[in-house]
Design a binder for this molecule. Structure first.
Ligand code: MF3
Ligand code: CO
Ligand code: CO
Length: 257
């Protein structure tokens, strides 16, 4: 596998897919409330993506994933499978949306608070968002992939939280997961990594734990949880490297980072 550089025409298609993925998160926000099941959230998103957007929910049947979105609640780090679980006051949930439109992918996720957050949950969610933003702001031609992970790790650890290492951001385009891997920490054995060049498109999607960084995979083969059962948060955007810096491809109309 190797890195694909998007032409202006391909970047346009990614903009469309990215916008649609962001629109799904906008649409589902008001439905994320105490009493709703993650299965209901999945059903609503699936119907919206297919019937309103005329797009394809990329997770459905991807390597056998059984639903159209990922819903990761509290100590679930990522890849939570929607099911009968009912949200309750004080929960935090990541909803991860990936759509395919006209052959290209848009991938974005965000955190929601259910009811009133605890002090810790609010701080974890806010620190994780700020970490993603710091990573995104490192992106420009001539910078290196390693700059992204270094910025994220330094900030997260200064807040006494930890960065998950087993899962990373990824190139994206006509395929869901392409090269390069985008680490959210600095790996000295990889050094500064690939130089960023215009036309590269990849996600930045740090997973941050309130406790230790270690994770465990549940027997369902998908759900990733914190080993110490502490809370975990994640935010994700799809980013294009432009001639002068970056463009966030997964923003809804009128939204800013
Ligand atoms: N959207 C996730 C990501 O950010 C991947 C989910 S794979 C699935 O890369 F199969 F679980 F949907
Ligand atoms: Co992703
Ligand atoms: Co995602």
């Amino acid at each position: 596998m190797s890195i694909t550089y998007k032409t202006p025409e391909q970047a346009d298609k990614m903009r469309v897919a990215g916008r649609l993925a962001a629109d799904v998160l906008k649409m589902i926000g008001p439905r994320v409330r105490a009493g709703v099941s993650t299965d209901e959230l999945d059903r609503i998103c699936h119907q919206y993506i297919v019937e309103v957007q005329g797009a394809i929910p990329a997770p459905l049947n991807y390597k056998g994933f059984p639903r159209s979105i990922c819903t990761s609640v509290n100590n679930v780090v990522c890849h939570g499978i929607p099911g009968p679980k009912v949200l309750k006051d004080g929960d935090i949930i990541n909803i991860d949306i990936t759509v395919i439109k006209d052959g290209f992918h848009g991938d974005t996720s965000r955190m929601f608070h259910v009811g009133e957050p605890t002090v810790l949950a609010r701080r974890l969610v806010d620190v994780t968002y700020a970490a993603m933003k710091l990573g995104i702001e490192m992106v420009k031609p001539g910078a290196y992939l390693g700059d992204i992970g270094r910025a994220i790790q330094r900030y997260v650890e200064s807040e006494r939280f930890s960065v998950v290492r087993e899962y990373c951001g990824h190139g994206i385009g006509e395929r869901f997961h392409e090269d390069p891997q985008v680490l959210h920490y600095f790996d000295p054995s990889r050094g500064k990594g690939e130089e960023l060049r215009p036309g590269m498109a990849f996600t930045i999607e740090p997973m941050v734990n309130a406790g230790q960084r270690h994770v465990r995979l549940l027997p369902d083969g998908w759900t990733v949880v914190t080993k110490d059962r502490t809370l975990s948060a994640q935010w994700e955007h799809t980013i294009l490297v432009t001639d002068t810096g970056f463009e966030v491809m997964t923003l809804a109309e009128g939204d800013t980072l």
